[in-house]
Ligand binder design. Structure first.
Ligand code: TZP
Ligand code: MG
Length: 218
């Protein structure tokens, strides 16, 4: 049984896989550890796309990151892969609209972990509102992103605010969030932000994570 979901976990949510570390003098473990030291509130392991690991290399990376999250007492969340999530005793699993259908994932993970779902339209949120077992929604991309080749169209700050209004679940913003544009997000009603490049390519992870926490601290 993993950590129980708390909306606070969405405040400074870091998503990363090996492919997101562009400066190859650093490892994902090193970047993730700095982010944890700096105070991220959740970590999602998303090993996907060109430059990503597979097989036993991925399993070993997942095990390392899982252990680090336990040490720092933040949830370890796995993107998409139910088997990897179960194998690593993840606290949560995040699924997209194109991934295995969320109701099936909820059945598979039972009460072992919490479930997050990506929703970019009002229709998707209307459906999610009626599914038992979803803890939070991720909505975006709010701004143009370079981290996801097949990203859906940008929804913008106003689009995000409209989605938050119809959601009965806490919403975390995603996509193209920077230390500059993050100031536009609290007014939309989101609980926090989830970022890849803002942390993975930061020149000062402590400053970056502080900006995230300061922007959303209640
Ligand atoms: N889903 C929608 S946008 C995105 C994902 C995984 C990428 C977010 O990365 P970044 O670097 O924070 O824009
Ligand atoms: Mg996905």
């Amino acid at each position: 049984m993993g950590m129980k979901f708390e909306p606070d976990m969405l405040r400074a949510y870091f998503i990363a896989g090996t492919q997101d570390i562009k400066d190859k003098s650093k490892t994902l473990q090193e970047v993730a550890k700095q982010a944890m030291e700096a105070g991220i509130t959740a970590f999602q392991y998303r090993e996907k796309g060109p430059g990503s690991l597979s097989g036993s290399a991925r399993d070993e990376m997942a095990a390392d990151l899982r252990e680090m999250c336990s040490d720092y007492e933040i949830p370890f969340i796995v993107d998409d892969d139910v088997d990897l999530a179960i194998k690593t005793n993840a606290d949560g699993i995040h699924v997209g609209q194109k991934d295995e259908r969320v109701t099936k994932v909820i059945e598979q993970v039972g009460t072992k972990m919490f479930v997050g779902l990506s929703c970019d339209t009002k229709e998707q949120i209307d459906i999610a509102n009626h599914i038992d077992g979803i803890s939070y929604l991720g909505s975006g991309p709010v701004f143009p992103t370079g981290s996801k080749a097949d990203a859906d169209p940008v929804i913008g700050v106003d689009g995000l605010a409209k989605l938050v209004k119809v959601s009965q679940l806490p919403v975390v913003a995603i996509g193209g969030i920077t230390e500059k544009n993050i100031v536009e997000l609290p007014k939309t009603g989101v609980t926090g932000v989830s970022v890849i490049s803002m942390i993975a390519q930061s020149d000062d992870i402590f400053r970056t994570v502080k900006v995230m926490n300061d922007t959303f601290r209640v």
